[in-house]
Design a protein around this ligand. Structure first.
Ligand code: PAF
Length: 257
């Protein structure tokens, strides 16, 4: 497994790849079984699997959230090695955002509500870094989880609008047996809270309306930021022990819009 710690190093590795198909999984580290499933699929469908690890400061509107974002680089690298990843790209922030950088990507429709509304600047940060990474990696396919469904839509739209030749591949959410969606943020929860967090999936899949799902979550002690329905899916963002968790599911049968 080769690790590039700078853009220059990565571009040298990239130029040595000729004629082999490239799959790309961008991450912010703190890897879990959700990432592992993206990487396994990426490996199956490509000759060379590239994984980036970059905690993107531009997508954190709350500096405290950035500060406490889990960082587990040694564990991440062991997992990537076990998964058989060929290339890891860990760019320094100063090369992704050089001093004085002033170009950003914005989207004004899909990104305007839910995560975009409650985390101002989040999608600008995500789209800007993903565009840079897609241009640097020049992969055939890039893999994104449906757990961040709104992000996936915004990125697919950007890729299509900017004629990016990389195919954006959507991958199903990986859940624990309890229904809890795998997320790097789960590691910030106590054992009790992790058990309780399974209620999010239950509320989203069993309530007859989004208002009923919100009421169920509030009764269970969650601070609810939103429960909304879009694109035939139901979405929620909640706080538990001060940790912000999001999830979404296809609308229960009979309720599809
Ligand atoms: O989903 C994530 O981990 C991040 O938003 C991404 C796509 C790696 C961009 O920083």
């Amino acid at each position: 497994m080769r690790i590039s710690h700078s853009v220059e190093e990565w571009l040298r590795c990239r130029s040595a790849i000729n004629g082999e198909s490239i799959g790309f999984v961008p991450t912010m580290g703190a890897l879990h079984t959700g990432h592992a499933s993206l990487i396994e699929r990426c490996r199956k469908e490509s000759d060379i699997a590239v994984v980036s690890i970059f905690i993107n400061p531009l997508q954190f509107n709350d500096p405290k959230d950035l500060e406490r974002y889990p960082q587990t680089l040694d564990q991440d690298l062991s997992l990537l090695e076990r998964l058989g990843v060929e290339e890891v790209f860990i760019p320094p922030a100063v090369e992704i955002y050089p001093p004085g950088c002033r170009y950003y990507v914005d989207e004004l429709s899909t990104a305007a509500h839910m995560e975009g509304l409650h985390r101002p600047g989040f999608f600008r940060g995500v789209m800007t870094v993903v565009l840079k990474l897609l241009n640097l990696v020049r992969a055939d396919r890039a893999y994104f989880g449906e757990k961040d469904y709104q992000q996936l839509r915004v990125i697919s739209g950007m890729a299509s609008d900017f004629f990016i030749p990389t195919e954006i591949v959507a991958c199903s959410t990986v859940r624990q047996a309890s229904g809890l969606a795998e997320s790097s943020r789960n590691s910030l929860l106590s054992c009790d809270a992790r058990r309780k967090a399974a209620c999010i999936h239950r509320a989203l899949t069993t309530a007859s309306t989004s208002a009923a799902a919100q009421a169920m979550l509030e009764d269970d002690g969650f601070k609810v930021e939103y429960v909304e329905e879009h694109w035939g899916r139901r979405f929620a963002a909640v706080f538990l022990e001060g940790v912000r968790l999001i999830d979404n599911v296809p609308l229960p049968p009979g309720l599809e819009s």
